[in-house]
Design a binder for this molecule. Structure first.
Ligand code: HEM
Length: 696
């Protein structure tokens, strides 16, 4: 059984920095806990590559004075770290909120008195003041906008000793900074800058109205190794073409047939849980949901039986190695894997390369097998085409005659596998956690599930009836959005929220902040499914005016939203029909399970629950009918920490593997030698630079 060790969430090893410094791209951080701060956390990623215009100066229109003041403040931050001023001790005892309030992290700018006056006057003009009043109101609004645009030069900048707020998942400090500095501010870490957006109107501009002005930026760079030109990282023409091809594959008939498949997988899953319950074992639900969702997405995307709920096999292991690496790269500051020899010298990277080869071989095999089947079948390809024996997306794509390279097809499949797997597993994990903490909500779900579904498998028609269960999931996705941050890069100069922003600027749209913005939500941190009434439309970006973005919005909105919602409802309904559950107090003495940052929000030490059968509910699956293989407790941990910022890296305690170097040809081994020398030299070398981050 797993026992994850939660390290301090700060640590990629020193080795990264040394290697990178040797390559001349990064100056030395004075503290090995450098502030990857998990900025590099988020959605499906981000890391630290280039930030075009910002390294030389501002990313937004600003005046000279403001820039120099900011620089001065940053320097002061460094001096603070180097010195042992009496303030240091005092600061250590202050909470982050107190330190933000004391102005330690930023110089908050004023929007100017004129704008305040204009806004106040505008408020005084009555709404029914006739054409003249409207004219005055309009003029004042224009003035207010102009002053605001000028004040762009003073967009709040969070900078300075930001590294000290590390040690927690990135979206948590970002939330605190948002409360202090408002719905748009610049986050500056050394020469790198990001605009953090927590304003729903600005999010709407970026995702909907001005979507064409943005790319996925850092995300595309990070995910290239695994998703290539798949739909999530793709930009421009490739994205447009692939989206047109893939969206039709998730048609209504397909999603309906998937509901039956969710039921079949659900029975297997429940059977496994019943075995654990009978053996009086606590179940780690994050592990369970991860395997369960992998089985589902394997069937849905390429008709492959992972059978990961009862077995550990090399393909499953390879998939997890690749998934964790994608997460790890998204939270790691220095992309050392870009140095070719290190891809093989660093054990973690070598394992990743090997795992990628296993996954790619499997995909190639599935693709060629499917091509043969399609060649032999004489079904006509019509709208909503579906092969009943194999309704998978792969089958649809091949049957559609889509003229595409095998590499592109593999990229698409890999993207769907990753996008549709951990997200749903995370939603189910956090929903289970919230329900375990809220018996009154749990009771209502029991009632609904018993009334609507009973012991049979849920159907598509049930999806409309399980309204309260759906609201529970909606509210869970508000509190724990997967991913918690979306990443974008401006392709051209843009104006947002009245600010003029340079091309090349990187953005974090903090979905976590939007979903907990106190301006928008009552009791934003409370779990209240009733906030979304059951007699109204299911909440989405339209009903909540872009303040609620569980599946994003605009042209890059999730293509699997309905699939995912149905999967979550079916899974939860099947679980709740059969089991009551509570947190295992011995594992969660404070009633919490902690958060750690990967591509999605993971728990820190797993979600351990005690299951209890609900008297006689459920069918044969409750006596272990579907499970022949290993019990859950005998399967390997899905090891979420491997993908988080806590994961071991190319640090001094993870040496290069010399044995491996012997197996390679001469030119490669020369590269190994060179890379080894670099690392060895760096182990002893030092640098006096105090700057954090990388410059290019
Ligand atoms: C509860 C589960 C899921 C959640 C919370 C979720 C969330 C999201 C979000 C927020 C985005 C937008 C990312 C951005 O704008 O940067 C997205 C995109 C995407 N999702 Fe999902 N997703 C889920 C399930 C799925 C499933 C099951 C599939 C496929 C079967 C899928 C496939 C995709 C794809 C391909 C994209 C990229 C679309 C594009 O850029 O055109 N997702 N997802």
């Amino acid at each position: 059984m797993k026992n994850r060790v939660y390290k301090n969430n700060l640590g990629f090893g020193l080795g990264h920095e040394r290697i990178k410094r040797r390559l001349g791209r990064v100056s030395r951080a004075p503290d090995p806990r450098a502030p990857a701060i998990a900025f590099m956390a988020s959605s499906f990623a981000l890391s630290a590559p280039s930030i075009p215009s910002s390294s030389s100066g501002s990313i937004v229109t600003r005046n000279r004075r403001a820039t120099s003041t900011r620089r001065h403040r940053h320097r002061r931050g460094v001096e603070t770290r180097a010195s042992t001023s009496p303030d240091d001790g005092k600061k250590k005892n202050m909470t982050l909120e107190e330190r933000i309030a004391a102005g330690e992290f930023t110089k908050k700018s004023s929007t100017g008195p004129y704008r305040a006056v204009a806004d106040a006057l505008r408020g005084l003009v009555p709404e029914d003041a006739g054409p003249m009043g409207r004219g005055v109101s309009l003029a004042l609004a224009r003035l207010s906008r102009r002053w605001r645009a000028e004040a762009m030069s003073k967009m709040p900048v969070a900078s300075g000793d930001i590294r000290e707020i590390a040690g927690q998942p990135v979206f948590v400090p970002l939330y605190k900074l948002f409360l202090a500095y408002g719905e748009m501010f610049v986050l500056a870490i050394g020469p790198k800058k990001f605009v953090v957006v927590s304003d729903n109107a600005v999010a709407k501009e970026m995702l909907l109205t001005q979507a064409k002005s943005f790319s996925k930026g850092l995300l595309s760079e990070i995910l290239d190794f695994v998703m290539g030109q798949g739909l999530i990282p793709a930009n421009g023409e490739v994205w447009k073409i692939r989206r047109k091809v893939i969206v039709p594959s998730l048609h209504k008939k397909y999603v309906t047939s998937m509901v039956d498949m969710f039921g079949d997988c659900g029975l297997k899953g429940m059977s496994q849980l019943a075995r654990s319950e009978a053996a009086n074992e606590t179940v780690e639900m994050e592990n369970f949901y991860s395997r369960y969702a992998l089985d589902i997405i394997g069937k849905a995307v390429f008709n492959y039986e992972f059978d990961s709920l009862t077995t550990d096999d090399p393909v499953i292991k390879a998939v997890y190695t690749v998934l964790r690496e994608a997460e790890y790269r998204s939270v790691t500051f220095i992309p050392y894997w870009k140095v070719p020899p290190l891809r093989w010298l660093v054990p973690r990277q070598r394992q990743c390369q090997e795992a990628l080869a296993v996954v790619n071989d499997t995909l190639d095999e599935l693709i060629s097998r499917c091509k043969k089947v399609v060649e032999e079948e004489d079904e006509e390809f019509v709208e909503e085409y579906m092969n009943t024996d194999d309704p998978s997306i792969l089958h649809f794509l091949i049957a559609s005659g889509d003229d595409v390279t095998s590499k592109q097809l593999r990229d698409d499949l890999m993207t769907l596998l990753i996008a549709g797997h951990e997200t749903t597993a995370a939603v189910l994990t956090w929903t289970t956690f919230l329900l375990a903490k809220h018996p009154e909500v749990k009771a209502k779900v029991f009632e609904e599930v018993d009334r609507v579904v009973g012991d049979r498998n849920p159907t598509v028609a049930d999806m409309r009836e399980l309204v309260y269960t759906t609201r529970v999931i909606n509210e869970s996705m508000r509190l724990y959005p997967q991913p918690p941050v979306l990443i974008r890069r401006a392709l051209e100069p843009v104006t947002l929220g009245g600010y003029n922003i340079d091309a090349g600027t990187d953005f974090f749209i903090s979905v976590w902040n939007l979903h907990r913005n106190p301006r928008i939500w009552d009791e934003p941190d409370a779990f209240k499914p009733e906030r979304f009434p059951i007699d109204q439309r299911m909440p989405d970006e339209y009903t909540e005016d872009y303040a609620y973005l569980p599946f994003g919005g605009g042209q890059r909105k999730c293509v699997g939203d309905q699939f995912a919602i149905f999967e979550s409802i079916v899974s939860l309904a099947m679980l709740m029909r059969r089991f009551d559950f509570e947190l295992d107090e011995s594992k969660h003495p404070d009633g919490e399970c902690g958060m750690t940052t990967g591509a999605t929000i993971h728990t820190t030490n797993g979600l351990h629950v005690k299951l209890k059968r609900r008297d006689g509910k459920g069918g044969d699956e409750m006596s272990g009918t579907y499970t022949k293989g290993a019990m859950l407790s005998n399967l390997e941990d899905v090891d979420v920490v491997r993908g988080s910022i806590d994961a071991p890296s190319a640090s001094s305690d993870e040496d290069f593997d010399d044995r491996y170097a012997e197996d390679v040809d001469e030119s490669t081994s020369e590269k190994f030698e060179r890379a080894k020398r670099i690392v060895e030299e760096e182990t002893t070398a030092g640098s006096n630079s105090e700057e954090v981050g990388m410059s290019r």
